[in-house]
Design a protein around this ligand. Structure first.
Ligand SMILES: *Cc1c(COP(=O)(O)O)cnc(C)c1O
Length: 240
């Protein structure tokens, strides 16, 4: 049972790593520049453990209710946990206990809550500003359908993170807009990331690309790809 699952995950990992290598070769980049985050949402802690055994070091989750018990079951594995989903302020205390990076920072209130809880927990949390790449998104204030702030709002939010105690500004994250060629969207993200690095040289993470578009993301400078389906299989529809 476990052996069969290990085989499946091993095949998914090999195929994903081959895709990353090919995309890097095509872009003239070194695969060591890319961090593969295994998005384990809806899959059990036993899969996280198998993936860790196969060499995966970074895990992504998008719901605290699911991630918190999984992270504590896997606490012995020394993994880096990435919180990649929209984050409500009432979940921040729980998330700060296990997450090393939060990819979905999209408002000052969340920055304040993360900082307060990080200080309380005596932890440092890496923060990525989630950017909306949907041209139809609101240009100021508000959060777009696929999450994130308008590009024009990035500098101010980045300043808030950079000033906040126990938070470290690490870069940007985005999801490509649905139903559009992801290439131009990721190119836009690369420009936003470059501008951010101008003001904050240490903020060098570009979290972009999922199972369907990691190749385009790598072509456009992604440093972190978030891969679920291609590694673990198609997720069952989520039942609340
Ligand atoms: C689920 C999820 C992913 C992984 O998506 P796949 O298409 O399964 O690879 C990546 N990023 C975010 C923000 C997600 O919620």
């Amino acid at each position: 049972m476990n052996d069969a699952r290990r085989e499946e995950l091993s095949a998914g990992l090999a195929a994903t790593e081959a895709r990353i290598r090919d995309a890097c070769r095509a872009a003239g980049r070194d695969p060591s520049e890319i961090t593969l985050i295994a998005v384990t949402k809806t899959y059990p802690a036993s899969d996280v453990r198998l993936l860790a055994g196969l060499g995966v070091q970074d895990v992504g989750e998008n719901r605290d209710q699911e991630a918190a018990p999984k992270a504590s079951e896997c606490a012995d594995l020394g993994l880096t946990w990435h919180f990649i989903g929209q984050l409500q302020t009432n979940k921040v205390r729980s998330v700060v206990a296990y997450a090393d990076l939060v990819h979905s920072v999209d408002r000052v209130r969340l920055v304040d809550a993360l900082s307060r809880e990080a200080v309380r927990a005596d932890r440092e949390i890496g923060c990525l500003i989630q950017v909306s790449l949907d041209p139809a998104a609101p240009t100021s204030g508000g959060v777009a359908e696929r999450g994130g702030v308008a590009p024009t709002a990035v500098p101010e939010l980045a300043e808030a993170v950079a000033r906040a105690e126990n938070l470290r500004l690490r870069g940007v994250m985005a999801v490509a807009p649905l139903g559009q060629d992801p290439g131009p969207a990721f190119a836009r993200l690369a420009e936003i990331a470059r501008a951010l690095r101008n003001d904050h040289p240490g903020a060098d993470v570009v979290s972009a690309g999922m199972s369907g578009d990691l190749d385009e993301a790598i072509a456009n400078g992604a440093t972190h790809v978030r891969v679920g389906t291609a590694l673990l299989g198609r997720r069952k529809p989520f039942v609340r």
